[in-house]
Design a protein around this ligand. Structure first.
Ligand SMILES: C[S@@+](CC[C@H](N)C(=O)[O-])C[C@H]1O[C@@H](n2cnc3c(N)ncnc32)[C@H](O)[C@@H]1O
Length: 311
């Protein structure tokens, strides 16, 4: 990563493959970096350092608490940052309407460590809390609504598509069975239902991990938004600009891969041929990075000789 002003260390959440993102997107002074999922501001802060003194960040997040954290992280460079509280699709629509042209768009998908650690928000199976899981509490649907009202077929599909859960049917059946007598209220209710349905095996991941991920993705409509986000991001890029996406599960990564391959067939260029994964050292320091997959696309046009880490 290039030198530059020291920006405050991000809170609790370590940015994944920040060096790769900067290299593969060819971050440089003068550019506009649209961070659709700014979280704690780790990638944004890496970009501000790589693009000093003239690069600018448009920092978006659907979670107001995340934006407050990012504001603190990026405070030393606040003159080069604009914050937008919106989901990625709305943020892209707003920026397009304003005539913005981005050099780099980043979507680092999923939840942040702060969201998982915040007991009141119900993202984590490790803390007993109300089953909420909304990234933006202005939205109506919560995890309780999905668990108490979706039919068995839809629950099974969600667990398969968004959770990569091989025993989706069994869990969906157990969810429907349980709510007949007692509606779901807490994360503990869901954790216990999955443990009873699958058994508490001593594996590396808890048996309810995939279910929690799937329900969170359903609550926040993450896959639907991702499809529209990819289209909108490509549209917003200036010719020769780069789109970087970090996915954390195979459902997401499949969508990103298919989108980028289709783009390559239309004259855009794959900067990464396969997905880039974090190195061993990063995986050791940051467990959350283990499932990360980074893909980068270069929009057609512009100056073909832009420096970058073509892989
Ligand atoms: C993995 S964290 C991003 C971390 C960030 N790159 C950093 O370095 O700190 C994901 C963040 O994106 C937000 N988010 C997830 N999906 C979103 C979407 N579709 N639109 C806007 N924000 C989203 C979440 O609220 C969360 O704060």
């Amino acid at each position: 990563m290039a030198g530059g002003p020291v920006v405050e260390k991000p809170e609790r959440h370590l940015p994944v493959m920040a060096g790769d993102v900067m290299a593969l997107t060819a971050a440089a002074p003068g550019q506009i970096f649209v961070d659709l999922t700014v979280g704690a501001g780790g990638h944004a802060s890496a970009f501000l350092a790589s693009s000093a003194p003239t690069g600018r960040v448009i920092a978006c997040d659907r979670d107001a608490v995340a934006l407050e954290i990012a504001e603190r992280t990026l405070a030393a460079e606040s003159g080069r940052v604009r914050f937008v509280h919106a989901d990625s699709v709305s943020a892209l629509a707003l920026l397009a309407q304003e005539g913005c042209r981005a050099d780099i768009v980043l979507a680092d998908l999923g939840v942040s460590s702060m969201q998982l650690d915040d007991a009141d928000r119900g993202f984590s199976l490790r803390v007993d809390a109300a089953l909420d899981m909304r990234m933006d509490p202005r939205q109506k649907v919560t995890a309780v609504d999905i668990l108490n009202h979706w039919n068995r077929t839809d629950l099974t599909q969600l667990l398969r598509e968004a959770g990569d859960e091989p025993r989706a049917e069994r869990i969906a059946e157990a969810i429907c069975e349980r709510r007949r007598s007692r509606p779901f209220r807490t994360t503990g209710d869901l954790r216990r239902v999955v443990e009873d349905a699958l058994g508490r095996r001593g594996g590396r991941i808890h048996p309810a991990t995939r279910t929690f991920q799937a329900v969170r993705i359903g609550v926040n409509r993450e896959l639907e938004l991702l499809r529209a986000t990819l289209d909108g991001a490509l549209e917003l890029l200036a010719p020769g600009g780069r789109l970087a996406v970090i996915a954390f599960h195979s459902g997401e990564d499949r969508l990103v891969k298919a989108f980028m391959r289709a783009c390559a067939g239309q004259g855009h260029e794959l900067v990464t041929r396969g997905a880039v994964k974090p190195g061993r050292d990063e995986q050791r320091v940051n467990r959350r990075s283990r499932s990360a997959r980074l893909r980068v696309l270069r929009k057609a046009g512009g100056d073909a000789g832009v420096p970058g880490g073509e892989a």
